[in-house]
Ligand binder design. Structure first.
Ligand SMILES: Nc1ncnc2c1ncn2[C@@H]1O[C@H](COP(=O)(O)OP(=O)(O)OP(=O)(O)O)[C@@H](O)[C@H]1O
Ligand SMILES: [Mg+2]
Length: 231
């Protein structure tokens, strides 16, 4: 029996412009069990990244509720949500968000520094090696290619052994070989540590490796497929 680690009910997200109000998400509900891997798919502009931002507590929805790791996000202020993210949540975004003045290795161990934990440099190095960046530990992000920066961001997300990992197109900028490597790493983490995975992807093969695939269109979930049923 596994508990729900992520729960969303009736999420609606609207943004106001000078002339109108735009509804980006409309009445989205979902539940993710501990250790489960779900894929969010859908065309560009469907609302995948917006949904992920709300599920991860980076923003609060106009309407509806999100419960993350047993915490009702709407009852928490920004600081409390930041603490929850820092302690238990891993992120990989479309943009890598590396700190430009820190080396690759420093970026990878940064989550431990932020949590005032002892720095496990060996683990940082091993993670960089596992994403194919052995020997690049002391390079700054500006000295790495886009794909290499993305791999540093992935290594960083794994550093704190998060309970839940949100990954938005984590392999979007990688060549096929490196992407495959990174995907294996993602699912290894998911299995070994029981990490729950919420993955936005355009890659049908990658989506199929998740336990469930949720399809978004125009801000609504239009389809939900359990991949276990077909295998
Ligand atoms: N702050 C904002 N203000 C206005 N419109 C926004 C804002 N954020 C997102 N949108 C719009 O909401 C829609 C959904 O955006 P979102 O980034 O969630 O899409 P997506 O499914 O992640 O697309 P992609 O696959 O291209 O990354 C888009 O039409 C986008 O232009
Ligand atoms: Mg997106």
């Amino acid at each position: 029996m596994s508990a729900s680690v992520l729960f969303a009910k009736g999420i609606t997200q609207q943004v106001s412009t000078a002339t109108s109000t735009l509804t980006i998400l409309q009445d989205v509900s979902l539940e993710v069990e501990s250790g489960e891997a779900i894929a969010l798919v859908g065309v560009s502009g469907a609302g995948k990244s917006t949904l992920m931002t709300l599920l991860a507590g980076l923003d609060v929805p106009t309407q509806g509720e999100v419960s993350l790791l047993g915490h009702s996000l709407s009852t928490m202020d920004g600081e409390a949500r930041a603490t929850l993210r820092r302690e238990s949540v891993g992120f990989v975004f479309q943009s890598f968000l590396l700190v430009p003045t820190l080396t690759a290795l420093e970026n990878v161990v940064l989550p431990q520094l932020i949590r005032s934990e002892p720095i496990d440099e060996q683990r940082g190095k091993a993670l960089l090696e596992s994403v194919g960046l052995a020997g690049r530990e002391h390079h700054l992000p500006s000295q790495l290619s886009g794909g290499e920066q993305q791999r540093v961001a992935l290594a960083r997300a794994f550093m704190i052994r998060p309970k839940i990992l949100f990954a938005d197109e984590p392999t979007g900028n990688l060549d096929q070989h490196t992407a495959q490597h990174v995907i294996e790493l993602l699912f290894e983490l998911n299995k070994e540590h029981g990490t729950t995975l919420v993955l936005v992807t355009h890659d049908p093969a990658l989506a199929k490796r998740c336990d469930r695939v949720l399809t978004l269109a125009e801000g609504q979930i239009i389809d939900e497929t359990s991949t276990a049923e077909v295998s």
